[in-house]
Write a protein that binds this ligand. Structure first.
Ligand code: ME8
Length: 715
């Protein structure tokens, strides 16, 4: 059946029809405690699951721990305890973390579980029987921490090309999976989109990797060197390479090769693939979320393993392809790589305990464009919390509900008509309806969303641009704040209560839509907002969500501020150690004190200039027609600005930390148009957008008070 809005045939890219969505996170090594990088990936997957549920999809969410291999064996040995005891202890640290960050996986898998061992052994036995796993005498360069062999050519300056550490020369018999023979089918699957890799730049990376001949994969480790692993079913002197074991977790969890191991000497029974419907039902809908550093293992080893298995089980080789990968960037801490030796490892739990899990969820979604690196700093956490959550969203709810309580008996006031009556109401309505509109064929043709318009939430969610969900929800909140400011219901209510009622209905209705869109990120506060504004706590799924559904006369409910504000004084205690100090200063809740002076930058007065000198600056008004992040830059946005010229100009602006790309499109800005062109991050910039800074150091656009024609001069 085609999608009712975009007419896309089901089974291809379907944006509007409810579907199934099976999301996985990497399974984390239990060699250390969880850090913010682990938390980011799991939070992102959780947001994706909740967002898909909002679209009406049936979802399944898997996470877990990777418990075999050298890293874990060494970590246990260092502590002087048995590896299994070590795993039991550390896996609990991961498992208990997720609910505290409001992440709700459906299953938590451990690779030491007997059911998983059985699947790994079964898969290997079949590959061996069909000649796809063979023994070879092998000599190569081995990276001990990464547990990988490299050829001479692959080394980077004589060291491991992935981690840069020293390698050792090893010669031994090992077992190899004939991965090389799947190189061409894999390349074709990626090129045809049968395997989709997000963001697209990462797909090119994998295709680049596949330009070189694909080696066969060593899938064993001699027990003499490493005993902590799953024994090969056909050679008791060897255990399974940890990645071969770990990747299979995604399939084990939904019932792949779900059968008991054979009793002595018997054949492995046929797989119960359809059995309870799990594997066949979920596998076509899988999306693997993972960090960019483990893209090769996922996008090369894993699909070829599944091709080999499909062949070995007499299925077409593309029967079990993993359909989608979402490769995320890395968090730096204060612009430095996180490392134990630097003592800058950020504990997600420490932060969540001090400021609440939603602050962490909000911060990571706002700060990181999916796929790109981002920086973690306490100042940025505080700013996003104080400005965006506490001020923009929390205060808006508080003020709106308080006005309804004071002037309208605590009940949703009836709007005087269904159409907006002021420009501010129109702006709110426009943004809300753009976000809610169903996907069109044009949206489907542009799934990467380079568009110069607000994306419908359906497209944002299905194209995994989850940071946009936060930015677009916040853009709507911004319009709502402008509505209260411009229409000033607190003033009009005395002389014109009907006008105030219309404004407040619009504010509550806009909040209802914003809270629904933000629910995947703020799963505790969003229902609370809905309750306070009289919308009930039940979420309306996006395909059914429309403007005007808030019933007049429903009771609103005031309450304590939704988000506390924090003084920077508590910042050092927020999150810099895996083990936060026990006596950390508690947050100063609800502080409404003016922003701290230390953050206010006062520009020094500069020497006088003549009017001619000023006249030499060509400052013009422009309209932003496109805004998007610049790959590998946490600061820059690439803008196209219409200055009334033949074509919009490309301008790079260092405002990415203060604006989501989605907030800028359609905004008018002042541009220094005759600034000499400059190259940044390989892109030419033809001008400069003028900005100021607010008291919290956030960039603010300098704009004309009323819309003017693009290209109008500034004197
Ligand atoms: O790689 N910022 O486990 P792992 C963001 N067991 N993400 C980060 C990060 C950072 N600073 N540091 C690490 C493994 N990560 C394997 C996975 S899956 C079959 C096996 C991410 O615990 C990293 O990119 O070392 C990876 O996605 C995840 O944390 C798990 O890392």
């Amino acid at each position: 059946m085609p999608c009712y809005a975009c007419r896309s045939p089901r089974g291809r890219r379907v944006f509007c029809m409810p579907q199934r969505f099976y999301v996985t996170t990497p399974i984390y090594y239990v060699n250390d405690k969880p850090h913010i990088g682990h938390a980011y990936c799991t939070i992102l997957a959780d947001v994706a699951v909740r967002a898909h549920r909002l679209l009406g999809d049936e979802t399944y969410f898997l996470t877990g721990t990777d418990e075999h291999g050298q890293k874990v064996q060494e970590a246990a040995a260092k502590r002087g305890i048995d590896p299994q005891a070590h795993c039991d202890e550390l896996h609990a640290a991961f498992k208990s973390l997720w609910p505290q960050l409001l992440c709700a996986p459906d299953q938590f898998i451990r690779t030491t579980e007997p059911r998983h061992k059985a699947v790994v052994q079964r898969a290997l036995a079949r590959l061996y029987e069909r000649g796809l796993v063979v023994p070879r005498e092998f000599e190569g360069w081995y990276c001990v921490p990464d547990e990988r062999f490299w050829t001479e050519k692959e080394l980077a300056g004589g060291n491991c090309p992935t981690c840069g550490r020293q390698v050792v020369r090893l010669k031994e018999k090992n077992w190899f999976f004939l991965m090389g023979q799947f190189q061409q089918p894999l390349r074709e699957a990626i090129q045809s989109g049968a395997i989709a890799i997000h963001p697209a730049s990462r797909a090119n990376e994998v295709l680049g990797f596949l330009d070189k001949p694909l080696q066969d994969l060593c899938i064993s480790r001699p027990k003499s060197r490493l005993s902590w692993g799953i024994e090969l079913p056909f050679d008791p002197d060897y255990v399974t390479y940890v990645w071969f074991d770990a990747l299979l977790n995604y399939a084990t969890a939904v019932g792949f090769l779900d059968a008991d191991p054979p009793t002595d000497g018997a054949q492995w029974p046929e797989p119960r693939l359809a059995g309870d419907g799990n594997f066949d039902g979920w596998w076509p809908h899988v999306a693997h979320f993972l960090g960019k550093d483990i893209l090769t293992t996922h996008a090369v080893y894993w699909p070829t393993m599944l091709m080999g298995l499909a062949q070995a089980f007499d299925r077409p080789i593309d029967a079990w392809l993993p359909r989608r990968f979402v490769a995320t960037g890395w968090f730096l801490v204060d612009n430095t790589k996180m490392s134990k030796s630097l003592g800058n490892v950020v504990s997600p739990l420490g932060l969540a305990e001090r400021m609440g899990p939603e602050v962490l969820r909000w911060f990571v979604l706002r700060e990181m464009v999916v796929g790109l690196d981002a920086n973690f700093s306490e100042e940025a956490v505080l700013r996003r919390n104080n400005v965006e959550l506490a001020n923009d969203l929390g205060n808006l709810v508080q003020r709106t509900v308080a006005l309804v309580e004071k002037w309208f008996g605590g009940r949703v006031p009836p709007p005087s008509g269904s159409e907006p009556t002021t420009p501010a109401q129109k702006a709110v309505r426009e943004v809300a309806e753009l976000l809610l509109r169903p996907a069109t064929a044009a949206d489907v043709a542009d799934p990467v969303w380079t568009g110069d318009r607000l994306a419908p939430a359906t497209v944002t969610i299905r194209s995994f641009r989850l940071h946009r969900l936060a930015a677009d929800g916040l853009a709507l909140v911004g319009r709502l704040n402008e509505l209260i400011q411009h229409d000033a219901p607190f003033r009009t209510v005395r002389d014109n209560p009907a006008a105030a009622a219309q404004t407040l209905y619009c504010a509550l209705e806009g909040l209802r839509i914003a809270a629904t869109l933000l629910q995947p990120i703020l799963p505790a506060s969003a229902p609370e907002i809905l309750r306070r504004i009289g919308a009930g706590e039940t979420l309306i799924a996006l395909p059914d969500l429309r403007w005007g559904q808030l019933a007049p006369d429903s009771p609103v409910a005031g309450g304590a501020p939704l988000f506390a504000k924090y003084e920077p004084a508590v910042a050092p205690a927020l999150a810099t150690q895996v083990q936060p100090p026990a006596s950390a200063t508690p947050p100063v809740a609800e502080s409404l004190a003016p922003p701290p002076e230390v953050l206010v930058k006062v520009e020094a007065v500069r020497p006088d200039v003549s009017i001619d000198q000023f006249g030499a600056l060509d400052v013009r008004v422009g309209t932003v027609t496109l805004a998007e992040p610049v790959p590998k830059s946490s600061k820059l946005l690439r803008l196209l600005v219409d200055l009334g010229e033949a074509a919009p100009r490309q301008i790079l602006s260092g405002i990415a930390e203060s604006f989501g790309a989605g907030e800028l499109v359609g905004q008018q800005v002042l541009v220094l148009a005759n600034l000499a062109p400059r190259k940044m991050m390989g892109l030419q910039s033809h001008g400069m957008v003028l900005v100021s800074e607010d008291a919290l150091g956030r960039r603010v656009l300098v704009q004309p008070a009323r819309p003017v024609n693009p290209g109008a001069g500034v004197r």
